[in-house]
Design a protein around this ligand. Structure first.
Ligand SMILES: [Zn+2]
Length: 378
């Protein structure tokens, strides 16, 4: 196939590194089109959202009456979940149990942020420590699988742990920091394939060594149907119902808790920093900052010019990248050379492994018709 001519959206900074991107006659991309057509008209961080949130809060409080906790919030120490924690307690008067997952990679700064927030809010924290040998085995299998999205094992385990814990302990309401403000432009599947248990199992079967006995895993059926309809779990995204911007959130967190910011969204883990800043860019040419900055651009939190300027330099220094590479390799029980060799092998895509994408896309299509999903998945 002939190499496509380079093109960058005239409105955001998504470009032809997303091979499926479509531009209109004004050079605007389909990510932007989806935002203005499907997300923006249905997104109400105003009185309407406030009224909707108040209604939910009344239900959560009624449910939590006489209970120690009325909801659960996954806390990573990053800006979205930290601000949600603050807002839920201080502004909404809820009694959340905070839930953190230690996958073995969390940076000290994230742990400190979590501690500061939990202490500052006088709340309780439960930390789930996952079995490191299994985590390592799954992560190594992903590297050997040569797929771009190396964060899938951790991401999946974090959410599966949270839902499993909530259902087991009968905490009905799960509040998440997911939001349009910083995530309305989603990375294409080609970059970050959606969480798909069939694929996780296939990759592990082909490239893993040990058994995954204790690692929390959760298929779409369990998450979208069983937990929600049979166990009554409710997932709420309060940040979409309030005016939420990154700058203001950071300022509040710093003033209230002496919270420390990270270099970039999701850089609360060393692994994520390395994978997004090195593996994904060097090996595949996918720069996740493009999707993140584009979200900030279309929501008016960054100018396109600022984003283009920032994209000129790598997300983090070569020196730090080399240090991280050595650390990641060692932690996965590889030598530096073994890791570099691994990185030199041919790239694969999500289509090279078993997947249930047809089912997931059908579920997403249905969710879009019902107005439960507005983001673009492709
Ligand atoms: Zn665009």
């Amino acid at each position: 196939m002939a190499e496509r001519e380079y093109q960058v959206c005239t409105n955001c900074v998504m470009d032809t590194s997303d091979s499926q991107i479509v531009f209109d006659e004004n050079g605007r991309c389909d990510h932007c089109k989806n935002f203005y057509k499907n997300i923006l008209p249905n997104w109400h961080p105003d009185e309407q959202g406030e009224a909707e949130l108040n209604e939910i809060v009344v239900k959560i409080k009624a449910y939590g009456k006489g209970k120690k906790y009325d909801c659960i919030i996954g806390l990573s120490g990053g800006v979205d979940s930290s601000y949600l924690a603050y807002y839920a307690v201080r502004k909404l008067g809820l009694k959340p149990l905070f839930f953190a997952v230690d996958t073995g990679w969390t940076l000290n700064v994230a742990v400190e942020n979590i501690e500061k927030i939990v202490k500052g809010l006088n709340a309780s924290l439960y930390t789930e420590i996952v079995n490191w040998n299994e985590m390592r085995d799954l992560q190594l299998a992903y590297f050997k699988a040569q797929v771009p999205y190396q964060d899938t094992p951790q991401d999946h385990v974090i959410f599966a742990s949270l839902y499993k814990y909530a259902v087991k302990n009968k905490i009905k309401y799960v509040l998440t920091g997911g939001n349009h403000s910083t995530e309305c432009i989603r990375e294409p599947n080609e970059w970050v394939y959606c969480s798909d248990l069939m694929q996780i199992k296939d990759i592990h079967k082909k490239h893993g060594k040990s058994y995954l006995k204790t690692l929390p895993l959760c298929g779409m059926f369990k998450y979208r149907l069983f937990y929600r309809y049979f166990k009554g779990m409710k997932v709420v995204k309060p940040l979409d119902l309030i005016p939420y911007t990154k700058e203001k959130a950071i300022k509040t967190l710093q003033d209230e808790f002496d919270w420390q910011p990270y270099e970039q969204k999701h850089f609360e883990s060393l692994f994520t920093r390395f994978y997004e800043g090195y593996w994904l860019i060097k090996k595949f040419g996918y720069d996740k900052r493009r999707a993140y900055f584009s979200s900030l651009i279309v929501t008016g939190q960054k100018t396109r010019e600022e984003a283009l300027e920032e994209l000129k330099s790598p997300p983090y220094s070569e020196k730090q990248a080399t240090e991280d590479l050595e650390y990641v390799a060692k932690k996965l029980s590889l030598t530096k050379d073994e890791f570099v060799k691994l990185m030199d092998q041919p790239n694969k895509t999500w289509k090279d492994y078993k997947n249930s994408f047809w089912m997931i896309s059908l579920a997403i299509k249905m969710a879009r018709i019902l107005g439960l999903e507005r983001k673009q998945y492709r």
